[in-house]
Design a protein around this ligand. Structure first.
Ligand SMILES: NC(=O)c1ccc[n+]([C@@H]2O[C@H](COP(=O)([O-])OP(=O)(O)OC[C@H]3O[C@@H](n4cnc5c(N)ncnc54)[C@H](OP(=O)(O)O)[C@@H]3O)[C@@H](O)[C@H]2O)c1
Length: 173
């Protein structure tokens, strides 16, 4: 069976790699939300427990298999949510999440910080939104500059006022 393509999808402040503040995104960029929805719909998404609880507020992303990672997956949360949405899984590690996503052609690792850090070693593709400027925040995307040109190549850029989309693909030198 062909393994799913593993894609990291993240929006980060260009100047300091901030991705979150107080459990929320530090910005509101409707085009980025639309792109996120367009790219991820129909596939599996893997997220950390805090993103699920505070950012999504326990509302599953529709038309996607939502996979939530926690060191102690909570059956009470699972029970509450699975009744409303069948495509919801609670797992104990990124690897378990990837196993759960096996039925999907693509699996998106959608943060936060630790899943991005672990995911960078596994990802085939990075879908990044670089938000101009630096932002105050408490959560950061891992350093990845050193991987560009050694493991990933930039294959697409789409610029907009105040932000740009960048797609990177893993290459094997
Ligand atoms: N800009 C973006 O693209 C973007 C994307 C996503 C999130 N965010 C922001 O980032 C912030 C949340 O990110 P965060 O890094 O603080 O938290 P998070 O990754 O959403 O959640 C962290 C929790 O997830 C679980 N977890 C993560 N990796 C795990 C692993 N490998 N194995 C087992 N459990 C694991 C642990 O849960 P337990 O404590 O239950 O063990 C951990 O405490 C929010 O502000 C959110 O808005 C931004």
């Amino acid at each position: 069976m062909k393994l799913p393509e593993i894609i990291i999808i993240a929006a980060l402040a260009e100047a300091n790699r901030v991705i979150g503040k107080n459990g929320q995104l530090p910005w509101r960029i409707p085009e980025d939300s639309q792109r996120f929805k367009r790219l991820t719909s129909g596939y599996a998404v893997i997220m950390g427990r805090k993103t699920w609880e505070f950012d999504l507020q326990k509302k599953p992303l529709l038309e996607r298999h939502n996979i939530i990672v926690s060191s102690s997956p909570q059956p009470n949360i699972a029970a509450e949510s699975t009744s409303a949405h069948p495509h919801l899984s609670f797992v104990a590690s990124l690897q378990d999440g990837l196993t759960q996503a096996n039925e999907s052609k693509k699996v998106f690792i959608m943060g936060g910080a630790r899943l991005y850090a672990e995911g960078l070693t596994l990802a085939d593709t990075l879908e990044l939104t670089l938000v101009a400027g630096d932002f105050e925040g408490d959560t950061f995307f891992p350093e990845y500059d050193h991987l560009v040109g050694t493991q990933f190549e930039l294959v697409k850029v789409e610029s907009h006022p105040g932000f740009r989309f960048e797609t990177y693909q893993r290459f094997y030198p």
